[in-house]
Ligand binder design. Structure first.
Ligand SMILES: Nc1ncnc2c1ncn2[C@@H]1O[C@H](COP(=O)(O)OP(=O)(O)OP(=O)(O)O)[C@@H](O)[C@H]1O
Ligand SMILES: [Mg+2]
Length: 254
């Protein structure tokens, strides 16, 4: 069975999509069978994987609305993993499913049909704690929380951990925080080091040893529709995400 992981933080711009895309590519590079699911109407993970979000025949929206079986909506990419894409249509799903029975379990139920085909399923969440994000968290085994080591990083963390606890109690008893990832890390900056120390204290062994440095190649790659491994594989960013993938695979073995 696949390890199913959401990349979530309701704070915007902390590196969720960069992490989801580059972790998917790095796990695939390490010979894992990977599916990346875009659960954000911005469609950034879709585009960052070289899939045109506005040309999708089927998207995650169709799967959530029960209009296409998940098998039909999965796409092969040229970057080593499969994608279930998203675009702005996803924004309308929230209302459409709001009154539905078992509305939190739609993604979970859909995944049952394909999870045996993969070693890892990575779900990129939007910066919100909406019903769409709740669907993601109900479907996964755990959450990776990317955090930027800046002054406001810890703000909002209580909301996120409360949401995770609530979903764990009511909807998904397996759910846990599997790891906290420092993104856009700049070790020369004293504030970064202070916040990093705070994260270490708060999360202990859940804080990944790997951190992702601020690296311009990571920011440039999406414009080319590829993960950084396919753009500049010798970059610090590419190496860091490979190291993260190795750390995750290693933790799953132990
Ligand atoms: N390690 C990094 N070094 C340099 N730039 C980065 C790094 N990680 C992310 N970025 C850039 O920061 C911006 C925000 O990153 P990203 O889109 O991954 O965040 P997000 O959490 O998915 O945002 P949103 O909440 O809008 O979904 C993007 O322009 C991205 O290219
Ligand atoms: Mg994003």
């Amino acid at each position: 069975m696949a390890h199913i992981i959401a990349v979530a933080n309701q704070k915007g711009g902390v590196g969720k999509t960069t992490t989801a895309v580059n972790l998917a590519a790095s796990l695939a590079h390490l010979e894992q069978r990977v599916l990346l699911i875009d659960m954000d109407p911005q469609g950034n993970a879709t585009m960052g994987s070289g899939v045109q979000k506005n040309d999708l025949l089927y998207s995650v929206t169709d799967v959530l609305l029960g209009e296409a079986p998940i098998e039909t909506a999965l796409m092969q990419t040229e970057v080593g993993y499969s994608v279930l894409g998203a675009n702005r249509d996803l924004a309308g799903v929230e209302l459409a499913i709001a009154e539905q029975e078992k509305r939190e379990f739609i993604l979970k139920n859909a995944l049952q049909a394909v999870s045996h085909q993969f070693d890892y399923i990575i779900v990129d969440c939007a910066p919100s704690l909406s019903l769409i994000t709740v669907n993601a968290m109900t479907a996964v085994d755990g959450v990776i929380i990317p955090m930027q080591c800046e002054y406001y990083a810890l703000e909002g963390l209580a909301d996120l951990t409360q949401t995770i606890d609530r979903i764990q109690e009511g909807l998904n008893p397996n759910l846990s925080i599997i790891g906290v990832l420092r993104t856009m890390y700049d070790g020369r900056n004293a504030l970064t080091r202070d916040v990093s120390a705070e994260l270490q204290e708060y999360f202990g062994s859940k804080l990944y040893n790997t951190f992702i440095p601020r690296n311009v190649r990571l920011a440039e790659a999406p414009a080319h529709g590829v993960p950084v491994l396919y753009f500049e594989k010798r970059s610090k960013g590419a190496k860091a995400y490979i190291e993260l993938a190795q750390e995750i695979i290693q933790k799953n073995k132990g």
